[in-house]
Design a binder for this molecule. Structure first.
Ligand code: 6PG
Length: 249
C-alpha cells in the first residue's frame, strides 16, 4: 500500500507504517522553516485518541531535542465542555503527553475554555485570543502555522460534525459545536480559521476509518470541506486506514 493507491483526498498523502513519526518529521520541518512569525510556531492541536502516540513521541528523545519548544505557541482546534482535568478533555490529553515532557512556556499554551457555562461567550473569547495572538490569513481569519486534525468515523473533524450549524459559519472563528455522542457540547474552530492556516495535517489510523476516508475523498464529509486557501494540506495515514479505504472503493 502506498500513497498512489490512495485516490481522491485533496493534498499530499503519506502512507506509513509509523505515521506518527512521519508526522513528527514533517512538523520538524514546518517548525524550522515555515513560521509566519520568526519567533513563534503557532500550532492548533487535535483531541481524540489518535494523536496520543504523536504527542508522546514528540516529548521523547530523540524527537524532543529536535524542536525549539520555547517558540511553540499551542492552541486547540476543538474542546469538549468538560473541566481541564476530566478524562475526556483534549487539554488534559495534551498536558499529560506533550506538555509534561517539553518546555513550552505556560503563557504560550492556550486551552479552549469549553468548561464555561456560556459556550457562546467562551467561543468569542477564544476567537478574540486567536485574533490577538496571530497574524491575519488570506481570508482575514487568524493564520496558524499548523493545524493538526483527526477524522471521526462519521467524517467529522475538529468538532465540525455532519449536519450541524457550525459547518455553515463563515463569520466567526470559533463557535459552539454539537457532537452526536458525549460529551455533546463542544467548542470548535470554524472553516474560515482552518482554511486560513499555513498548513493542515490530518493524522488518521486504523481500518475503522476506511469508510470515512472514502467519503472524504468523495467530498461528502465535513473533513472534505477543509481547504487551505494559501497553505499546505497533508494526510498521514497508516496502512490499515489506507487499505480499508482502498478496499471499499
Ligand atoms: C475530538 C477531536 C476529533 C477527533 C476525531 C477522531 O475532540 O474528538 O478533535 O475531531 O480528532 O473524533 O478521534 P479519534 O482519534 O479518537 O478517532
Amino acid at each position: 500500500m502506498s500513497a498512489e493507491d490512495v485516490v481522491g483526498l485533496s493534498g499530499e498523502v503519506v502512507v506509513a507504517s509509523d505515521p506518527a513519526s512521519a508526522c513528527a518529521e514533517w512538523l520538524c520541518q514546518r517548525a524550522r522553516s515555515h513560521r509566519t512569525r520568526p519567533d513563534r510556531f503557532a500550532i492548533a492541536l487535535a483531541g481524540g485518541t489518535t494523536p496520543r502516540t504523536l504527542y508522546v513521541l514528540l516529548a521523547t528523545p530523540p524527537w524532543r531535542e529536535r524542536f525549539d519548544w520555547g517558540a511553540w505557541e499551542v492552541f486547540f482546534g476543538d474542546e469538549r465542555a468538560v473541566p481541564p482535568d476530566h478524562p475526556q478533555s483534549n487539554y488534559r490529553l495534551v498536558a499529560e503527553t506533550l506538555l509534561a515532557g517539553v518546555a513550552i512556556p505556560s503563557q504560550q499554551v492556550h486551552r479552549m475554555p469549553a468548561d464555561w457555562p456560556d459556550l457562546e461567550a467562551a467561543a468569542d473569547a477564544y476567537a478574540d485570543l486567536l485574533a490577538s495572538r496571530l497574524p491575519e490569513g488570506p481570508n482575514r481569519a487568524p493564520r496558524l502555522d499548523v493545524v493538526l486534525l483527526g477524522l471521526g468515523e462519521d467524517g467529522h473533524t475538529a468538532s465540525l460534525f455532519p449536519g450541524t450549524p457550525a459547518l455553515e459559519v463563515r463569520d466567526r472563528f470559533v463557535v459552539p459545536g454539537e457532537a452526536p455522542v458525549e460529551p455533546r457540547r463542544r467548542l470548535t474552530v470554524t472553516y474560515p480559521t482552518l482554511d486560513a492556516a499555513a498548513a493542515i495535517a490530518f493524522l488518521v489510523t486504523g481500518a475503522n476509518k476506511g469508510p470515512a476516508l472514502r467519503a472524504t475523498a468523495a467530498g461528502t464529509t465535513p473533513a472534505a470541506r477543509v481547504r487551505p486557501i494559501d497553505g499546505e494540506l497533508r494526510w498521514f495515514l497508516d496502512e490499515a486506514a489506507a487499505e480499508a479505504m482502498a478496499a471499499g472503493s
